[in-house]
Design a protein around this ligand. Sequence first.
Ligand code: SF4
Length: 315
Amino acid sequence: MAASGGQLILDLPGFGPEVPDLASYTWIVANISGGKDSQAMLAELVRHATAAGVLDRIVVVHADLGDAEWEGTRELAAEHAAFYGLRFEVVARTGTGLIERIEERGMFPDAENRWCTSDFKRGPVRRLLTRLVREAEAAGHRGQVRILNVMGLRADESPARRRLLPFSHDGSWTCPCGDCTRRRRLTEKAEREGRPVPKHAKTGHGASNTLRHVDTWLPVHEWSTGDVWSAVGASGLRVHPAYTAGMPRLSCVFCVLASRSALVRAAQLQPELAARYAALEERIGHRFKNDLSVAQIIAEAEASPEVTAVACWQG
Ligand code: SF4
């Protein structure tokens, strides 16, 4: 570990996928939740961006989930960005917050219908990308704006995340890059010939379009939980108090994917929010999870001593 400009720069040998050519991007967007994985990602990104001389191209973004998040999460994310002197943006879904949206839809999200992530994280971040393209154009940029979208997702977190590539192009039907063009031609050919479109020919519905070329980089994809905590400890960034209270992940307070023990612990820590979820569950007549209601979580939280063994979860 070395110090540079008052910041701690990590030097963890053997870590990380190949580093993309950071200098080839106009913007480097660091998605941070305020949790440990995004802290480790940010520290790692700052290390590489400093080496490439492009620290000023980083824009840190936090997708705000409002009341559904642990108190102080947004402020902590701002603190993490400020620690490195980086630009910070907060994005949120236009309209109601997550809890109100659950009421509007009359149902909770679940692992198969994770509309909470697309509506409250992916969508709002894409609007920020649109804004950054406009800023680049206003500053005189011509042609597609290159954006690197950086996230703290890790393979250990779930089978779906294990399948992700540490670096990938976020392609789409309208993206004019060589790869998307080739895929589009293969798709059109398959359709002309009445064949099913092969999987490798699909362009996806990614964030790229005619105005922006977006790639995704997951710098800590291969890291273990231990690696993450080592990096967080070395970074000097403050961690959210929910961890010290026993939560293994900093998700929504009541995440539909969380383990039973995590939900019970969360109800012990945030009884008022738990009561709000229970009333919501009652009103919409839809259980929080197929096999577990918020009412059951609260009953267990009240009947148990402080839960200390909190199981992590996949998702
Ligand atoms: S933390 Fe859980 S409930 Fe919250 S947005 Fe993510 S998946 Fe949905």
